[in-house]
Design a binder for this molecule. Structure first.
Ligand code: 5GP
Ligand code: 5GP
Length: 264
């Protein structure tokens, strides 16, 4: 029986989103019964309060179900009407780069900016710097080394999974995920090259599925001439960051059936 129904807690009246009750860390009902006799003459109220407390702790510590691991194609970030700026280290490699690791809920919503008391601190990832610069390059203007981009991603998304991954864990997990799927190689093996040609959305999706084992989400943007192009590729990751899973829900938006893959 669902623990919430067992204890008759009316969740909607406490503003708590539905959560996975399997992970509830509450004392067993046997322990509760024992404590109940000794600690309260209103046992039902005590149980409700204890359960509510556990739910509040749990919902504050992990308010998401999975991650989107998002990689961007630099050519499609740069050829829009906004343009781009290379980091001080020069033009990044002609490869997909990390955009972010975003905690998300199964209903499609997502938490953001969860803990202003734990801001990005570059000194916590000093050992990851050279990999950050090559695998998570920033392309926005004005030109910067990447700290602003990484700080934005940590503050907006990383703080919402801090109960699972601390700052070092968040960035090292994303870097590690990138090594597990080589998107460019996956596409090129299927004859899909960044040369400005058009490819079917289905062929791009199939190529990533073939290489990774999981169905990706493809996001498009528009180049300066108005053509729809391959911008970002999303894969889903389980809530501990340990590996890819099928996406419980896909983002919204559409690409059109044929899209450009620009060079970089
Ligand atoms: P856009 O509105 O350009 O699609 O997204 C802007 C930003 O909102 C993204 O870079 C990301 O930070 C956040 N965002 C957009 N869609 C999602 C989503 O489905 N899940 C999560 N977690 N964040 C998203
Ligand atoms: P999100 O869209 O995840 O909220 O964050 C994107 C933010 O990071 C924007 O403020 C954007 O200007 C900044 N940013 C810095 N470098 C990059 C980059 O290379 N790609 C993208 N998409 N955003 C970047």
């Amino acid at each position: 029986m669902d623990i919430l129904h067992f204890y008759s807690i009316p969740l909607h009246t406490h503003n708590i989103s539905p959560i996975n009750t399997h992970t509830l860390n509450t004392p067993s009902s046997h322990t509760l019964n024992t404590n109940m006799k000794t600690q309260s003459n209103n046992p039902l109220l005590l149980i409700k309060l204890l359960t509510l407390h556990s739910l509040l702790v749990l919902s504050a510590s992990q308010d998401f179900d999975f991650f989107y691991f998002v990689q961007q194609w630099p050519g499609s970030f740069c050829d829009t009407r906004h343009g781009c700026c290379y980091p001080g280290t020069g033009k990044p490699a002609s490869d997909f780069g990390i955009h972010g690791l975003w905690p998300n809920r199964k209903d499609g919503s997502y938490p953001s900016n969860c803990d202003s008391s734990n801001p990005f601190d570059a000194s916590k990832i000093s050992d990851l710097m050279s990999q950050m610069k090559s695998d998570w390059p920033t392309l926005s203007c004005p030109s910067s080394e990447g700290l602003t981009f990484w700080g934005h991603e940590w503050d907006k998304h990383g703080t919402c999974s801090e109960s699972v991954l601390d700052q070092h864990g968040y960035f090292s997990t994303a870097l590690n995920l990138k090594t597990q799927i080589n998107l460019l190689q996956a596409l090129e093996s299927a004859g899909i090259h960044p040369n400005g040609s058009e490819y079917s959305l289905t062929s791009i999706r199939d190529a990533v599925k073939e290489a990774s084992g999981y169905t990706p989400w493809i996001e498009c943007n528009t180049d300066s001439s108005g053509n729809s192009q391959l911008y970002q590729i999303y894969l889903c990751v389980d809530s501990s960051g340990s590996g890819f899973v099928e996406c419980p829900v896909f983002p919204t938006g559409s690409c059109g059936s044929s899209i450009e893959f620009p060079s970089f």
